[in-house]
Design a protein around this ligand. Structure first.
Ligand SMILES: *[C@@H]1O[C@H](CO)[C@@H](O)[C@H](O)[C@H]1NC(C)=O
Ligand SMILES: *[C@@H]1O[C@H](CO)[C@@H](O)[C@H](O)[C@H]1NC(C)=O
Ligand SMILES: *[C@@H]1O[C@H](CO)[C@@H](O)[C@H](O)[C@H]1NC(C)=O
Ligand SMILES: *[C@@H]1O[C@H](CO)[C@@H](O)[C@H](O)[C@H]1NC(C)=O
Ligand SMILES: *[C@@H]1O[C@H](CO)[C@@H](O)[C@H](O)[C@H]1NC(C)=O
Ligand SMILES: *[C@@H]1O[C@H](CO)[C@@H](O)[C@H](O)[C@H]1NC(C)=O
Ligand SMILES: *[C@@H]1O[C@H](CO)[C@@H](O)[C@H](O)[C@H]1NC(C)=O
Ligand SMILES: *[C@@H]1O[C@H](CO)[C@@H](O)[C@H](O)[C@H]1NC(C)=O
Length: 656
């Protein structure tokens, strides 16, 4: 079609010869070719793109591409080209116009790669991912003047000599993820825009201390063993800095500034017999790095105990800051710290006991949309913190110990001293308060908000017998989670008719003994009733309008009575019971999967349900009758002799 020939996975043992001669793209992936013979591509001189992935190629004839003057892109991923790399290299050399070459997954060493890349001056993108490269020096990438993209992921590189990339003046995109690099020092690839060194063993990242401008925009150093914040270029265009999962901290506070001489690290840079010494003042930490263009900063999964004064001020355009899974204890919110353009702040899984807000600070978080404070040790947040975030849509305060304003009088002395106020946060849409130890809510905790997502799970007793605390948000709520909150069917008011937009409702882990009632028109799509105390389905479940409209209902882990599940047969046809295979019911003392209940079980249950006294009567009646008949027969048979014997023994007077 349109010059593209797709022959993938056709079990071809050689290149077919009868294809349209004007084909420009030929896809031969996943055919067991083993050898690409000399001249086998001769009929297709106009090919621009050729893909030979997963073809078990061990040999590529040195004249195989003899006619492919126009070939721009060649995909040879996942073959066995290391077997005869010399001939393959010779074949590639006949393609001086090639721009894109994929050699990933071929067990190539650096010497083989060097040989294959020789004399391909037009190359712009090369992938050597998933090979066996261990060291890089300036001989490997010689003469690739136009190379922009180089993928070296998933090799065994442990050493890169100074100057290894000197022959690549156009290089802008370098991927070294999943290698064994112990450090990057004297990083001086000023032309590079994208550098990925994630999943190595880096303990240091140190850019050359020269006042030259770097083009670097994206730097991924995640999943390494960095101890210190990376020493970044002094002048760069860095906008995305990824430092997730390292061992970094800021240490200046731990040491005394009275002994500054001990606080330097010296790097010996050895090149041949020349050794240069670079001295770095570690306690300056981030001071000499240029962070002025950074917008996205991920420092999650590290060891940060605090953020030094002025750190966030150095990042004036920061819009996303991820500090999740660190050891922060306090965070002080001050003028321009964090900067006013911040839209997402994730502080979840720290040890925060206090958020402090500088007095008189208004509108400091005015662009913040998402604030994640989940899993800390907060007892409250400063009054006015959320109110100053006038664009906030999502707050996650789950797993802290807080209480909400207004508090139902009288306040409980064991509760946190100050309450958190969500009232009148008009922009707020999503709020998670799971596991916050909340007591019974007052009636107006969410007044003035238009929440669509609310999670109140694992706050036992929070609703104290009534849905009235949710009345203010009932019309807007779409997703409501009331898992493990101690709802029971004693709830007279467990009536969701006012929740006209509710789509997902989670009522699992409560003690409901009967189905909740849903009157009126509901938009409900999923309903979770797992882990409750339901013993029966609603009568005529299959015709219930609620169940008909649902996309999924979860019903397992309830002690249903097998004899009370009349609706099952029809529910199975509905296909809405998402966990049908796990729904069980009790029959006497046995637990049975309802899908294994025999058809017509209902009839059997009639027997089971009948009073056992009646059952025994029915069993005993025939025996009794038999005995009675037998007795009568015996009596009639032996009537006369028996009487005579008695009469003889007792000498009764003979009156018959
Ligand atoms: C291709 O031709 C050369 C000679 O021109 C020969 O040495 C080589 O073995 C051939 N390779 C294949 C795979 O046929
Ligand atoms: C860096 O490479 C890893 C591994 O391939 C990948 O998961 C990650 O997304 C890359 N980083 C960026 C910023 O693309
Ligand atoms: C730092 O220095 C001050 C006075 O110079 C001293 O009181 C304090 O104990 C020192 N702290 C540490 C951690 O060495
Ligand atoms: C050492 O320093 C000299 C002069 O600053 C410089 O020319 C040379 O490239 C440096 N060598 C290394 C290995 O950094
Ligand atoms: C360093 O090596 C070069 C040759 O590689 C030699 O000419 C020079 O004398 C050596 N310098 C020292 C100080 O050994
Ligand atoms: C907040 O962070 C926790 C843990 O990192 C995560 O599970 C949760 O989904 C996040 N909440 C939001 C609203 O993104
Ligand atoms: C719970 O409800 C009962 C009666 O509905 C009321 O007497 C009691 O004060 C409520 N408890 C709280 C903490 O509001
Ligand atoms: C039914 O199962 C529940 C939970 O396993 C159990 O508590 C209850 O005693 C069972 N009832 C009968 C009649 O076996």
């Amino acid at each position: 079609v349109g010059g593209v020939v797709d022959c993938r996975g056709q079990n071809l043992a050689s290149v077919p010869s009868g294809l349209p001669p004007h084909s420009q793209t030929l896809m031969l992936d996943a055919n067991p070719l083993k050898t690409l013979w000399n001249h086998s591509l001769q009929p297709y001189p106009l090919l621009e793109t050729l893909s030979l992935q997963r073809c078990h190629l061990e040999r590529v004839g040195r004249r195989a591409f003899g006619m492919q003057r126009r070939l721009l892109s060649l995909g040879l991923a996942d073959n066995r080209l290391s077997a005869d790399h010399r001939e393959t290299a010779a074949a590639l050399r006949t393609l001086p116009g090639l721009r894109t070459l994929d050699l990933s997954g071929n067990s190539l060493t650096e010497d083989m790669a060097a040989l294959m890349l020789r004399n391909l001056p037009a190359l712009e993108a090369v992938s050597l991912a998933r090979n066996a490269v261990m060291r890089l020096d300036e001989s490997v990438f010689e003469g690739l003047q136009r190379l922009r993209e180089l993928d070296l992921q998933s090799n065994y590189i442990f050493e890169i000599e100074a100057g290894a990339f000197d022959g690549l003046p156009a290089l802008s995109n370098l991927n070294l993820a999943y290698n064994n690099l112990p450090c990057v020092v004297d990083f001086s690839l000023t032309q590079l825009r994208f550098l990925n060194v994630s999943y190595n063993s880096l303990e240091w990242f140190l850019a050359a201390r020269a006042e030259v401008a770097f083009e670097l925009e994206v730097l991924d150093l995640s999943h390494n063993q960095l101890l210190f914040f990376p020493l970044l270029p002094q002048c760069s265009k860095l906008h995305t800095l990824l430092l997730r999962d390292n061992n970094m901290g800021f240490y200046r506070d731990l040491y005394n500034t009275s002994s500054p001489r001990e606080m330097v690290a010296q790097f010996l840079l050895v090149d041949g017999n020349v050794t240069n010494v670079t001295t770095v003042d570690l306690w300056e930490e981030f001071a000499s790095s240029d962070l002025s263009a950074v917008r996205f900063l991920d420092m999650s999964q590290n060891q940060f105990h605090h953020l030094p004064d002025g750190f966030l001020k150095k990042i004036p355009f920061l819009s996303h800051l991820n500090l999740n899974q660190n050891c922060l204890v306090r965070l002080h919110i001050r003028e321009r710290e964090p900067p006013g353009v911040l839209t997402e702040l994730d502080l979840s899984h720290n040890q925060l006991v206090e958020l402090r807000l500088a007095p008189g600070l208004a509108g400091c978080l005015e662009n913040l949309r998402l604030f994640n404070l989940s899993s800390n040790q907060l007892l409250g947040v400063p009054a006015g913190l959320f109110a100053s975030a006038t664009n906030i849509t999502t707050i996650d305060l789950s797993h802290n110990r807080i209480s909400l304003c207004p508090r139902p009088a009288p306040p409980d002395p064991t509760e946190a001293p100050n309450c958190v106020d969500f009232r009148n946060l008009a922009s707020l849409r999503s709020l998670s308060l799971e596991g916050c130890g909340l007591r019974a809510l007052g009636d107006y905790s969410f007044q003035g908000t238009a929440l669509t997502h609310l999670d109140l799970s694992s706050n036992w007793g929070i609703l104290n017998g009534s849905l009235r605390p949710l009345q203010d948000v009932a019309p807007t709520l779409q997703v409501l989670s009331l898992r493990n909150v101690g709802l029971s069917s004693g709830f007279r008011d467990l009536e969701f008719s006012g929740f006209s937009n509710l789509r997902d409702l989670d009522l699992s882990g409560n003690s409901l003994t009967s189905f909740p009632r849903f009157r009126g028109s509901l938009a409900l799509r999923t309903l979770d009733l797992r882990r409750n105390a339901l013993t029966a389905l609603p009568q005529r479940a299959a015709s219930e309008p609620l169940l008909l409209g649902l996309h999924a209902i979860y019903l397992s882990q309830n002690p249903y009575d097998c004899c009370g599940v009349e609706g099952w047969g029809s529910l199975e046809h509905l296909k809405t019971v998402a966990d049908l295979a796990m729904v069980t019911c009790n029959l006497s003392s046995r637990v049975i999967r309802v899908t294994e209940l025999p058809r017509g079980k209902f009839q059997d249950c009639k027997w089971g349900q009948v009073d056992t006294g009646l059952l025994y009567l029915v069993l005993i009646l025939p025996s009794c009758l038999t005995l009675l008949v037998a007795g009568t027969v015996i009596f009639l048979t032996f009537k006369r002799p028996l009487l005579q014997v008695i009469k003889d023994r007792c000498h009764w007077s003979s009156t018959y």
